[in-house]
Design a protein around this ligand. Structure first.
Ligand code: HEM
Length: 148
């Protein structure tokens, strides 16, 4: 992983605790953060299919994959780079990523209550910033590639 996502700067134990608690509630969690995100970014709704249940399943799988892979962060980074390239087609701005991150942190708080404490909040703020940086960088590389 690059320095922004290295084990030195990320609070992996706090990230792991949150993931363990959220997985049994993941469908509700995903429902809440997407609704919140579409309040911030109404125009983004039309990019998604009308039925969001498949999308929620994909996100839940990603959360489970992240939990399994926390001790192998290079695997997570590889998957995030793949996702970033996939997202390039939607021309997503940093502002939109930040709104999604804000919605995710809000939904953690709503779903987990006092179990999502200030330490968890900081840990996720940091992790989501790193995720955004990786995905945007991968998307930018896709755009920089010559058409073949
Ligand atoms: C933390 C950042 C994000 C993560 C981890 C993430 C994750 C994902 C995943 C796992 C998928 C499914 C990909 C697949 O089919 O293989 C997906 C699809 C998608 N994402 Fe994201 N995403 C992020 C940010 C965003 C943002 C900010 C937008 C803004 C509009 C967005 C728009 C989309 C769209 C339009 C799809 C396709 C939906 C469909 O096929 O109906 N994503 N995302």
């Amino acid at each position: 992983m690059n320095t922004s996502t290295s084990s030195n700067t990320q609070n992996w134990p706090a990230v792991r605790r949150t993931l363990e608690m959220i997985l049994p509630l993941a469908d509700t969690f995903a429902f809440m953060f997407y609704n919140r995100f579409f309040e911030y970014e109404p125009a983004a709704r039309s990019l998604f299919k009308a039925d969001m249940s498949t999308q929620r399943k994909k996100v839940i799988n990603l959360l489970a994959f992240a939990l399994r892979g926390l001790d192998r962060p290079y695997l997570i980074e590889k998957e995030l780079r793949r996702l970033g390239r996939h997202h390039a087609q939607y021309q997503i701005s940093r502002q939109q990523y930040e709104h999604l991150n804000e919605a995710i942190i809000w939904a953690f708080g709503e779903t987990l209550g006092s179990n999502f404490n200030e330490e968890s909040r900081q840990a996720w703020h940091h992790a989501l910033n790193a995720i955004t940086t990786i995905m945007l960088a991968a998307a930018a590389e896709t755009k920089a590639m010559p058409a073949i």
